[in-house]
Design a protein around this ligand. Sequence first.
Ligand code: R8Q
Ligand code: ZN
Length: 263
Amino acid sequence: TACSSKYVLSQVHPMWQGPLAVPGGDRQSPVDIVVRASVFDSELKPLVNNYDPDTCQQIWNNGYSFLVEYDDTTDKSTLKGGPLQDKFRLCQFHFHWGESNAWGSEHTVDRKLFPAELHLVHWNSDKYSLFEEAVMEDNGLAVIGVFLKVGKRHEGLQKLVDALPAIRHKDSVVEFNRFDPACLLPSNTDDYWTYHGSLTTPPLTESVTWIIMKQHIEVSHDQLAVFRSLLFTSAEEDVQKSMVNNFRVQQPLCGRTVRSSFS
Ligand SMILES: CCCSc1c(F)c(F)c(S(=O)(=O)NC)c(F)c1F
Ligand SMILES: [Zn+2]
C-alpha cells in the first residue's frame, strides 16, 4: 500500500507531477478525520494563542496560495498548549480552496468536504532557531486548520480580501500590516482533533502536529470568489491560470490515531 512505499500519491497538479519521494511516507497529510474512530484524550489542553497584529509584515502570491507572513524573529506571536509541549512561533497563514463551493478543503470530516481551509503555520522556537530548521524535524511545526463555510460575510477577512487584487500574479507581494490572525479563529478553539502528519506542499516533510478545529468559520460567497480571482501564473506568462483547487489529494492514515480534545 501507499503506507509502505517510499512514494506518496501526488495529485496531478500544475505545481508538481508524478510521485514524490518522501522519507518514510507513512505520516502524510491531509487525511479524512473519521469522527467515530477518533480517540478522546482528556490530557489535551485548551490552545493558548498570543498573536501580536504588529508582527504582520506582507502578503504574497507564491504561485500555490497567498501567504500572510509574520515577523518570527522574536516570540511575539506564539501558540502553546493544546497537544503541544513547546512554544511555537507563528510564521504565516494561508488557505486552500476549490473552483466551486462544493470542495476545496484538504482535510475532511467523515468525508465531508468544505469549500476552503485556513492553515496557520507555526514552528517550534523552544527547540529550533529557524523555520527552515524546524520544517525538517519531527516536532518542528504546528499547523492550526480551520474549515471555511459559505455564509455570512467575515468582517475581519475583508481587509485581507481587499489586498488580493494587488497580488493577482505569482511572486507579487504587498506590504500588509496590523492584521490579527486570531480574528480568523472560531469562537470555540477548545474543541479540536490532532494528529501527526506532514506539509501538504513540497517538501512534504513529516514535521507537523496538526490541530484541526471542530468549529468552522463563515465567509461570504463573494469573499471566496476573490480568492479564485488570484492566478497561479506570473504576469509574464502568456497563459493565465486561475488559482483554484490548490489542495492535495488525501493520504492514507497508515495506522495513525486522530485524538480529540472533546468527547
Ligand atoms: C517551505 C514551506 C513554506 S511555508 C508553507 C506553505 F507555503 C504551505 F503551503 C504549507 S502547506 O503544507 O500547504 N499547509 C500546511 C506549509 F506547511 C508551509 F509551511
Ligand atoms: Zn496549507
